[in-house]
Design a protein around this ligand. Structure first.
Ligand code: UTP
Length: 462
């Protein structure tokens, strides 16, 4: 009876194959499959799959792209001081929370556990999760306040993440400040036929719905309501794979507040035209991001009269987002577009055999959080110094870029610059790590030393 019901329900979308193995399944498997089918909006999915060829004309769009209005690094002492003070006040007043996206699949890194559990501290081997939580604890200590942490996981990372926090005393954060919630998933469809792929006879092949899934997931899991109840007005958003992020960076938050921005994004100056970061641009007055793979060479290479890149701003996925704006966006589940990626997805074929394709065979659908930018009535772009704020862990060691080794070196070099600002000299080969409870920022480091010093052994200030 169930089989018939689902068969006729799926027929208009040509997806009846999903119940093809129904008679072979156990009761438990049937109810799991039922739940998966019930959670899919097949109408929307078929619209998405059929629109796949109607790509936006990026070449046309890029012609109109100009640099975004931005607060640059050289904006001046006065503006910087005012922003920092404003950000610090909002944090002290308990109006700021932190969101860490720790979902996805971490395929490129090839690490068996969630990326957040990857050891990265140059001397301490603290994990990515621990680095972020320590930075948050550093902010709480410095500003004498509590800051809730909202962590988004995916089906691939959820249970391990929960276990990790539970087994490690929440990494030192009081339990009432941690919220772990899971992002949604989207089915993968066969690129030729549009048919939803089966991962096994009883399971639909799904993948996380992208970091942009956070808007729906926050609503669904009551996170926005929790923020409201706690008086949280702004969320500092970071990705778990970048441990150079300063939790709730007061300067960035301050610029966001002073500009009355709905969404503020930190960018870095691109080092070269085709650098693999999203390009933050303005098109017809709206701030938006064109991915590096989509940006035509002509636009990427466009130069100012002094030879610098016209489209200079690279996305590093550090944002401040106002909760009221997020709430508005969450009212409409279609508010963010899906991006389509052509990927290799193993599946079970009509004969019930498992197929492992060697070439991309499927479309996956993902939302990106930065697509919120053009929706904001006021969006702000603030430049950060790449060496201070950005060294993501994407690939395993040996790759050309974004490796753990590069990230550890970047962390150590940043701490050495902080020491140098306090007249503490270090040898080139010396490795340094600073725990945020010892010093949250360069100013704290300066306050620790009263006379010049030279350090030539690896040192962990904790
Ligand atoms: P990436 O786009 O680098 O994806 O995510 P990933 O899953 O970590 O790694 P690959 O591409 O499979 O190798 C950037 C950040 O966004 C989060 C990740 O946890 C990472 O911090 N993310 C990504 C999500 O939370 N959900 C997603 O669906 C995708």
């Amino acid at each position: 009876m169930d089989k018939q019901h689902y068969s006729s329900m799926l027929k208009p979308y040509k997806q009846q194959h999903l119940v093809q193995f129904w008679d072979e399944l156990s009761d438990e498997d049937r109810s799991a499959l039922r739940a998966q089918i019930d959670s899919i909006d097949f109408q929307r999915l078929s619209e998405l799959a059929s629109k796949k060829s109607q790509q936006i004309d990026i070449v046309e769009l890029a012609k109109r792209a100009v640099p975004p209005k931005a607060i640059r690094l050289n904006c001046g002492e006065e503006q910087t001081k005012a922003a920092r003070a404003s950000g610090e006040k909002a944090i002290r007043d308990g109006r700021v929370g932190m969101v860490l996206v720790a979902g996805g699949q971490g395929t490129r890194l090839g690490f068996d556990l969630p990326k957040g559990m990857f050891p990265i501290g140059p001397l301490s081997q603290r994990t990515l999760f621990q680095m972020h939580v320590d930075s948050l604890r550093g902010a709480m200590k410095k500003f004498q306040c509590e800051i809730p942490l909202f962590i988004m996981t995916s089906p691939a990372t959820d249970q391990d993440t929960r276990d990790y926090f539970a087994q490690n005393n929440n990494l030192g954060l009081p339990a009432h400040l941690i919220y772990i919630f899971q992002q949604g998933v989207m089915p993968a469809v066969d690129a030729m036929s549009g048919k939803v792929l089966l991962e096994s006879k009883s399971q639909i092949a799904v993948s996380p719905d992208g970091h942009g899934g956070i808007v729906e997931a926050m609503k669904k899991n009551g996170i926005l309501t929790a923020c409201q109840a706690k008086g949280i007005e702004h969320l500092f958003y970071a990705q778990v794979d970048n441990p150079l992020v300063t939790a709730c960076d007061p300067l960035l938050i301050g610029h966001h507040l002073i500009s009355e921005s709905q969404m503020t994004t930190q960018v870095v100056k691109k080092r070269f035209a085709k650098e693999k970061v999203g390009n933050v641009v303005a098109i017809d007055g709206k701030t938006q991001i064109i991915e590096y793979s989509d940006l035509p060479d002509e636009a990427a290479e466009r130069r100012n009269s002094d030879g610098s890149l016209a489209l200079w701003a690279g996305n590093i996925a550090v944002h401040v987002i106002s909760c009221a704006f997020l709430q508005n966006c969450s009212e409409d589940s279609n508010s963010l577009p899906f991006h389509i990626a052509h990927k290799t997805v193993p599946y079970v074929n009509e004969s019930g055999d498992r197929v492992k394709p060697t070439q991309p065979n499927a479309f996956k659908f993902e939302k990106f959080v930065f697509d919120l930018l053009p929706k904001a009535s006021v969006a702000l772009v603030v430049e950060g110094d790449a060496a201070e704020v950005f060294a993501p862990v994407k690939n395993s060691d040996g790759a050309a870029t974004d490796t753990p080794a590069f990230c550890r070196t970047s962390l150590s070099q940043r701490f050495k610059r902080w020491l140098a600002a306090a007249n503490v000299e270090t040898d080139e080969s010396t490795i340094v790590e600073i725990h945020p409870l010892w010093a949250f920022d360069v100013e704290d480091v300066k306050s620790k030393f009263s006379s010049p010093l030279k350090i030539n052994v690896d040192t962990y200030f904790a």
